[in-house]
Design a protein around this ligand. Structure first.
Ligand SMILES: [Fe+2]
Length: 282
């Protein structure tokens, strides 16, 4: 089974009709080069994935920058034009998808991206997707909450963590991929996952085979010791897929993961300005 992990698309859209916190976000997009994104590399990315024969695409949040309907519509259109069906995609929301209270109240992310997000609303998590018949399952979590200005923390909450506990037990023996926006191993009170200790306790108790996250805007792999008999949990993140400013350590990046009979192999795919295409590094 071939899985693609994409994160922090931050699809750029117009900055009209903005108020309050959205103005601050738009200012950041205009003047912070590490917060500038180029939508032109998104259609070639989806074409690359379709031609690669990917079985499932997991996007770990921050699809939008300002949680505008227009941003989600552009992403949905790109998937439709690439002829990638919703059944091959799981998207969990990030803090930018619930950037302002109205985006959460209107459920904008879910209303526009619903079929691709595979969920009907913010209470519809954990989100379970069995992939193929080879014992592979993704468990998508929502850590997206609307935080005060200049903060970007995430929260899973007791109900979601209890359901995750049950699901990890139910799918013991599968290759279990847990996907969420906020990292369980990075961040402070103002920008981290507030219940990361509770999440790690459940992962150590039940085990999991992979964890994907976004939010930190870095390509990293950490291995967390889950304790006796549980082995190591690979915790993976990728740089934003549409990043405009490209330096050696910050390139538009996605990760491909091949899961075959419980064996996991992974490699990066990066956008090449020179060749104007996405190129695997393997
Ligand atoms: Fe982000």
């Amino acid at each position: 089974m071939l899985i693609a992990h994409i994160s922090d698309i931050h699809y750029p859209a117009g900055i009209h009709s903005l108020h309050g916190k959205r103005w601050l976000g738009a200012f950041n997009l205009l003047f912070n080069p590490l917060r500038s994104f180029d939508s032109s590399v998104f259609p070639p990315l989806l074409t690359f994935l379709r031609n690669s024969g990917v079985d499932h695409i997991i996007i770990t949040g921050d699809v939008a920058s300002l949680a505008l309907e227009e941003e989600y519509e552009q992403v949905r259109l790109a998937f439709e034009e690439a002829r990638i069906p919703p059944s091959k995609v799981t998207i969990v929301p990030g803090n930018h998808d619930t950037y302002v209270p109205s985006a959460m109240e209107d459920e904008t992310f879910w209303k526009v991206l619903g079929p691709y997000a595979r969920s009907a609303g913010p209470d519809d998590y954990p989100l379970v997707t069995e992939i193929g018949v080879g014992g592979l399952v993704t468990i998508g979590l929502s850590s997206a909450v609307t935080s005060p200005c200049a903060m970007s923390y995430g929260v899973l909450g007791t109900r979601q963590l209890e359901r995750l506990d049950d699901l990890l037990a139910r799918y013991d023996g599968y290759t279990r991929i847990v996907a969420l926006h906020h990292s369980p191993v990075h961040g402070l009170v103002c920008d981290g996952l507030q219940d990361s200790v509770a999440l790690m306790d459940i992962l150590r108790k039940r085990g999991a085979e992979l964890l994907f996250h976004g939010h930190i805007h870095h390509t990293e792999v950490h291995h967390i010791d889950l304790g006796p008999g549980r082995g190591q949990l690979p915790v993976m993140s990728v740089s934003p897929a549409l990043l405009k400013q490209k330096t050696a350590g910050k390139m538009p990046t996605i990760r491909m993961i091949d899961v075959h009979q419980g064996h996991i192999e992974h490699w990066l795919v990066k956008w090449s300005d020179r060749f104007r295409e996405w190129r695997p590094e393997r």
